[in-house]
Design a protein. Structure first.
Lengths: 291, 263, 312
């Protein structure tokens, strides 16, 4: 029953990747930008959660909510200040700006609070639940539950609300959407807000689960979430969810087989294999350049 | 059929579920100047893209001098002797006019990478040959006085000319011109058509010309193919085409449609 | 032959700079602090110029350049420390193995475009780092001690060679093919340029010189660790190329020299340095996305009244 335990662990960490990957995939879908700073929004979310719980004595769910709100604001600010001017810039300029924003957030954080890590206080009691003979931690289940709830909420927003419809329209064809009276600027900001809120939530969940956080913690999960988004097919929301879970499971099994120091390499290998053999990912569509 | 140069049988391509071009049969004989016309969206450029290897056709066979061209990379198609211009000008903007032509002249010189890096003697002779030959092409097109300008700084009409000069520098036997006169005024168009007639004789070329404007091709082409909705609807001499009811319908239908949308 | 006259003039200026610095170092006018900075400048210029041929000339967006530097550093360290071969052999080997690594990575990934290529190269660089981390033969995470063999002469002449080779390559039919790919890949293809081949060549040359830079770097600091070659290092190199002006060799050189000086002065305040770096990067991208010099060369600016004329 060891494998079932590993599977649940994998899905739990995978759901964190999935939450971050959603932001990547939504932003890429709408403005074709790899938002490198997204992993750092996740880091900020983790710190907001940490301060809420340990300094301001908030509970897990209030901390989660607060972190989501602050991250949504930060996401919108990043978009308005840095990315908005880049809509017609070259892809290289956009990507480099994103790298710049990422570095700026990381080192501003280090500048103000130092590079040392912080330890999350335990807010939720963790016990092992016996499921068909496998010991599954209640924390894993909680994380999974919260992530799935947020993803369902996102599906609802994207498919059933007006802003969701606008988001889909803009990602399909921004010019046409503009002609149809959709406010493209606001829609893009909304996309950043939603994506960043999910990253903020992922930050708090990460903190509760792994307990240790630091200002550079966003780099690796950020890139892994991007890999998850590519795996699922960039631009595809269900793809990001499945890609995240799949990546989490693969990593957990690689570690469980005793290759934990190769875990990150496995993720990058998946990325490269996907890029070379099926760049559109599991759920993506092929595009071709117009001549 | 001793002088058959290019033969296209049953050519077709499908994007997703959409058949953009289907069942196109055409051929080019050595030395001909042939027009390919049709209303907007008829599949003219798509056909060009298949002939030059940019798109791999999903059906049909293209043979050039007896060899099958399907599935070859564009650069191999060009090296085998078919070169093209683009409808939406695709010059190397940050390169000089001369260097644009020298890129197409690439295979003329044979010096290797090591010769370039260490400036071996054959580098200098090779580059010299390329420069001289490219300058000769520029002269024909009246571009020699711009040779050190960046391509992006050329006036529009000159950019169109440079596209053709560049395609010619690749030493083709067949030249495919995709709306070479698009956006030009009548005088410029007239000059360009004379120039095309001139280079055809001078370089013993076979030319396939896409044109949107029917009256323009009528004057210079010996034969014309008409595409509509991805299919060949007519082929023949200009006079035959002019009197073909299907062609008139395809064009008239479009004009009526244009009038409706512009009102 | 006027052009080659200019070439000899630049070479002469280079040698004079070398001689002055060499004299100042051996007479003790320049202390170890500044001589270290000058050597680091040469290394960074090499890295910048070797990435310039990939991004600036060929337009292929690689953001994993530190990976090739790591290959060069470790291969050279194995040559001198484990096999006890001379430094110069180690340098050559570092270049060749890095070149092979470049081909190995370039051939499958260079079919990708833009962002996808960028992410793939980043991924490969990380894989290289993780592999080194897991090989006990080269010390794993703790790193590997290396003798100090780099001198100003090695650093300077390696840099000079890098600049000459890449500049000569750029101004040849091969370099023009690469620029054509940067400007419009479809048109280059249609003009008979084997685009895949030239992308791989540019990638290979870039990797070769990054490997040599890695060798010079490894033998300058007693110890090398896999952590040094992470994506922050790759970003550093990328910043030189982008700030200098994509497509401008002298821009890359200038940016590498200036930023190395800035980071040397800010060495004690690494956060401040990174904040300044990232702010400059963002502001340049927003207000002058072509970088310091655009695609121009510094020599173009000093050419009065002569239009263009930057041909061979």
């Amino acid at each position: 029953m060891e494998w079932l335990q590993q599977l649940v662990n994998g899905i739990s960490i995978g759901s964190i990747y999935a939450l971050i990957a959603l932001g990547y995939t939504m932003v890429y879908g709408i403005i074709k930008l790899i938002n490198f700073a997204h992993g750092d929004v996740f880091m900020i979310g983790a710190f907001i959660g940490f301060w809420s719980i340990s300094h301001w004595n908030l509970g897990f769910f209030s901390a989660l909510l607060l972190s989501m709100i602050v991250c949504a604001l930060i996401g919108v600010i990043i978009e308005r200040v840095a990315y908005k001017r880049l809509r017609n810039a070259t892809r290289i300029a956009a990507l480099i700006t994103a790298i710049g924003v990422s570095l700026l957030i990381e080192y501003t954080m280090i500048f103000f609070r130092g590079a040392q890590s912080a330890v999350y206080p335990s807010t939720i009691e963790n016990r092992a639940i016996d499921v068909f003979g496998a010991q599954i931690s209640s924390l894993s289940l909680l994380i999974l539950g919260v992530s799935v709830a947020l993803m369902l909420l996102l599906q609802f927003i994207v498919h059933k609300t007006k802003i969701g419809k606008a988001m889909r329209a803009v990602s399909h064809d921004a010019e046409a959407a503009k002609l149809m009276g959709i406010n493209v600027d606001n829609t893009i900001s909304a996309t950043f807000a939603i994506g960043s809120a999910l990253a903020g939530a992922a930050g708090v969940i990460f903190g509760v689960y792994y307990t240790k956080i630091d200002p550079l913690m966003g780099m690796i999960p950020g890139i892994k979430a991007f890999i998850a988004a590519v795996l699922g097919g960039i631009g595809s929301i269900p793809g990001a969810m499945v890609g995240g879970m799949l990546l989490g499971v693969v990593e957990t099994f690689v570690s469980a087989m005793g290759f934990s120091s190769w875990r990150d390499a496995a993720a990058f290998l998946i990325l490269i294999v996907i890029l070379i053999f099926k760049p559109s990912g599991l759920f993506g569509k092929n595009t071709r350049e117009k001549v | 059929m001793t002088n058959l140069l290019l033969n296209v049988e049953n050519l077709g391509i499908q994007f997703g579920g959409l058949k953009a071009v289907q069942q196109v049969n055409m051929h080019l004989n050595q030395g001909e100047l042939v027009g390919l016309i049709g209303p907007n969206g008829a599949g003219k450029t798509t056909t060009f893209n298949m002939l030059t290897g940019v798109y791999a056709p999903t059906e049909g066979v293209i043979t050039f001098q007896g060899k099958k061209l399907n599935g070859l990379d564009p650069y191999k198609v060009t090296q085998s002797g078919i070169s093209r211009t683009f409808q939406n000008i695709r010059l190397f903007k940050e390169l000089s006019v001369l260097d644009n032509v020298k890129v197409a002249n690439h295979s003329l010189a044979k010096h290797g990478i090591m010769a370039s890096i260490f400036r071996l003697p054959n580098f200098f002779t090779g580059e010299q040959t390329m420069t001289e030959e490219s300058e000769a092409f520029l002269k024909i097109f009246g571009l020699d006085k711009y040779k050190y300008e960046l391509a992006k700084n050329l006036p529009y009409g000159m950019q169109r000319r440079l596209e053709i000069a560049r395609a010619l520098a690749a030493k083709p036997r067949i030249l495919l011109l995709d709306e070479p006169a698009a956006g030009m005024n009548p005088q410029e168009t007239h000059d360009l058509m004379e120039l095309i007639a001139f280079i055809r004789k001078e370089f013993d070329l076979t030319i396939l010309l896409i044109e949107h404007d029917m009256s323009l091709v009528m004057g210079i082409c010996e034969r014309i193919y008409v595409l509509d909705h991805g299919q060949l609807i007519a082929d023949g001499t200009p006079i035959e085409i002019r009197n073909n009811p299907k062609v008139i319908e395809a064009y008239l239908g479009e004009e009526v449609a244009e009038n409706v949308t512009s009102e | 032959m006027k052009k080659s006259k200019a070439f000899w003039a630049y070479l002469l200026i280079g040698i004079i700079i070398y001689a002055i610095v060499q004299f100042a170092m051996s007479s003790g006018m320049i202390g170890s602090y500044y001589s270290n900075m000058l050597i680091t400048m040469c290394i960074n210029v090499m890295l910048a110029v070797s990435l310039h041929i990939i991004i600036g000339i060929t337009g292929q967006f690689s953001i994993g350049h530190a990976g090739f530097m790591a290959v060069g550093a470790y291969v050279s360290a194995i040559f001198t420390m484990k096999l006890e071969l001379p430094f110069i052999a180690a340098i050559v080997a570092a270049g060749i193995i890095a070149l092979l690594a470049g081909l190995l990575i370039g051939i499958p990934t260079l079919r990708l475009k833009g962002d996808y290529l960028a992410i793939a190269t980043l991924g490969f660089a990380e894989i290289i780092r993780i592999v080194i981390l897991n090989v006990d033969y080269v010390g794993g995470a703790a790193g590997m001690t290396v003798m100090r063999e780099t001198t100003w002469s090695y650093a300077f002449f390696a840099m000079l060679l890098t600049i000459i080779v890449i500049s000569n390559y750029t101004k040849s039919r091969h370099g023009r093919a690469c620029i054509a790919i940067r400007e419009d890949e479809i048109a280059a293809d249609a003009m008979g340029i084997n685009t895949t081949y030239y992308k791989v060549v540019a990638f290979g040359i870039g990797a070769f010189f990054a490997g040599i830079a890695g060798a010079i770097f490894a033998h300058n600091f007693y110890i090398i660790q896999p952590g040094t070659f992470g994506f922050l290092k790759s970003f550093d190199i990328l910043i030189y190329v982008v700030l200098g002006g994509l497509g401008s060799l002298s821009g890359s050189v200038l940016a590498a020299v200036l930023l190395t000086a800035v980071s040397t002065y800010l060495a004690e305040f690494p956060e401040t340095r990174m904040i300044i770096y990232s702010l400059v990067l963002i502001l340049v991208m927003l207000y002058r996305p072509t970088g310091l010099l655009g695609t121009k060369e510094i020599t173009d600016i000093f050419k009065f009244g002569k239009k263009g004329g930057k041909n061979v």
